[in-house]
Design a protein around this ligand. Sequence first.
Ligand SMILES: Nc1ncnc2c1ncn2[C@@H]1O[C@H](COP(=O)(O)OP(=O)(O)O)[C@@H](O)[C@H]1O
Ligand SMILES: Cc1cn([C@H]2C[C@H](O)[C@@H](COP(=O)(O)O)O2)c(=O)[nH]c1=O
Length: 230
Amino acid sequence: MPELVFFSGTMDCGKSTLALQIEHNRSARGLQGMIFTRDDRAGEGKLSSRLGLVTDAVEAAEGFDFYAYLVAHLSRGGRCDYVIADEAQFLAPEQIDQLARVVDDLELDVFAFGITTDFRSKLFPGSQRLVELADRVEVLQVEALCWCGARATHNARTVGGVMVVEGAQVVVGDVNAGDEVGYEVLCRRHHRRRMTAATARAAALSPDVLPVEDAETVRAGLSGRSTARS
Ligand SMILES: Nc1ncnc2c1ncn2[C@@H]1O[C@H](COP(=O)(O)OP(=O)(O)O)[C@@H](O)[C@H]1O
Ligand SMILES: Cc1cn([C@H]2C[C@H](O)[C@@H](COP(=O)(O)O)O2)c(=O)[nH]c1=O
């Protein structure tokens, strides 16, 4: 039975790499896939992975109709054995419905890849619809890690190096890129506390996080008085 599968995870956990691997393994066996993406960092009509691999793809912009596109392709005598859709979080819910129809009516497997939640830890509408409609939701096995070493489950956005929780839902960007708007994956605890790797480093150097006695000594030193304990 053909399936709609949603491969989800944080940014930088290997989703696009897996999409390219699925494409490679199937085309090596003579199957022909149709690859779609939207707003990939590498540019329009590209599906790229941080491992350096990149392939051409059909850009599924706003208003693009997956079902109509594939029906037209097949009616022209084109071949399509399976469908890959990367950056699926950017798709509209109606486009996810079209992908489900591709599975049910055209009997093609559809593999969708995307992050589930945005920088505010709210569901992207496209991802929400995928969770609602997918036959399977697969969480990627390669764990992206928070700076503390725990599994990263959330995506943080930084503007000028500072974590923000307000702004447009969609801003194309990357982790570790040094751009004005950047991203960092965090565990829930540190996402809730808005503690990025940079904030944690700064806090480690701050007297506020010294053990109580040391902190009191520092404060006493600053005000020129002795502490109750000293
Ligand atoms: N230099 C590298 N050496 C080995 N693995 C790397 C390197 N750079 C990136 N990766 C792997 O690639 C993953 C990111 O892959 P990518 O497909 O671009 O992620 P996603 O699409 O989920 O954002 C990282 O989690 C890491 O496992
Ligand atoms: C969290 C978050 C991310 N984005 C953007 C940033 C990237 O361009 C993509 C995710 O790509 P990846 O291959 O999974 O790394 O999504 C966004 O627009 N809004 C967000 O809140």
